[in-house]
Each structure stands twice: as C-alpha cells, then as structure tokens.
Design a protein around this ligand. Sequence first.
Ligand code: TMP
Length: 221
Amino acid sequence: MDVLAQSLSGQFVAFDGPDGSGKSTQIRRFVEHFRAQGLVVREVREPGGTAIGEQVRTILLDPINEAMTLPCEMLLYMASRAQLVEQEIKPALKQGELVIADRFVSATLAYQGTAGGIPVEWIQQVAEVAVAGCWPSLTLILDVDDQTAAGRLNPLLDRMELKGRAFHAKVREGFLEQAQTWPERYCVIDAKESEDNVRKAVLEAVENRFLHENPAKKLEI
Ligand code: TMP
C-alpha cells in the first residue's frame, strides 16, 4: 500500500457538486484506485445508503411529491443522513476504513440553503444533530457549468433535477461559496475537463490534503 493510501485509513472524504458533474464516475474510479492498493473503502450515497435511508430517498426524488415543502425536504435529507452516520459511517471510521460519501451536508447547504432559501445557519444547526461530530476532513466539489451538466444528465429527470436552470445555477454558486468560506476542508475541482484529467486533479487534491498539508487528524468517534 502506498503512503497516500496508508494516510487515508480512518478518514472521511465527501464528493459533491451540481447534478451532471460526473461525480459518480469519479467516485467509482477513486474507490477502485484505493481498493487496488488494499485499502478498505466504505462507499456511501446520499440520500440513502441504508435500508431506512433508501426509503427516504424514494420519497425525496419521486416527481409525484411535488407538493413537498422546503423544510420537509431539508429535514428528510437530514434524517437519511443521521441514519447513515450512525449505521455506516461511524462504524467504518472506527474500523480504520476510508469512507467516501457521494454527497453530504454540503449538498443540503447548496440545494436547500443557497438555492432553496433556508438560512445556512439553520441548516448548520440541524446538521450538528444529524452528523454528531462526524464531518468530512475533505469535501471535493466537482464544479461544472450548467450547460455541460445538462448534457451529462439522464433525460429522465428526478424531482430535484426538474427544478430548472436558475435553481441549478444557484446550487453551483452555493458550492463555490462554501469552498471559499472553508478553504481548509474544501477543494474545488474543474469537472468540465476530461474524465482522466478530473481523476488526476482529484488525486492531487487528496494528496495535498492528507500528505502535504498538516495531515488531517482522525475523527474521535
Ligand atoms: P444524486 O443525484 O447525487 O443521487 O442526488 C440526488 C438529488 O438530491 C440531487 O439532485 C441532489 C439532491 N440533494 C439535495 O437537494 N440535498 C441533499 O442534502 C442531498 C444529499 C441531495
């Protein structure tokens, strides 16, 4: 196992970004890379990732639920997350696994906060309850303009993807604002680049964070 893989044992990294950023492909490649090194990687997705969370995901993404209010939506995302943290993330970190989350609190801040209109401080407070101290050491934002993103989406859009261009432009703004506010735990990756270049940029960001900067302390769980 190389020194980077060793340094990732017991660490928590989140991938996030606008819909159509190519996040899922990059997560797959990242996970394959470190599993090939012999690292145990726990991959979780949001909303969902547990039996209870997957039921919440169905409610959240079904276009039939167009009457859902914004506070209800925000709390359902957090409910799914609370279950995921307790049931999957904390036990994995305790066992020294690398946890990779496909979205986390950063998504609620961008979608329900910056784009939706719920004050970011309120979301932070609810997040404290949901994550119980379990914050990612690094959140990678795969940044993409809305035209490129739209071209990458499956034509069968879910309830969130149906929210329109202006909404998604604000989502992107929300992610970039977070990265500016918390540069020590966020990194923005230009996801308009080719798949290979994005993959390299992701690895570089992880290397910088976990090898060259002050090595991240492990969470006390
Ligand atoms: P996915 O497409 O990455 O599976 O995410 C599902 C959708 O849910 C996506 O449009 C982003 C949205 N979402 C939120 O609006 N708030 C959240 O907290 C999370 C985790 C996802």
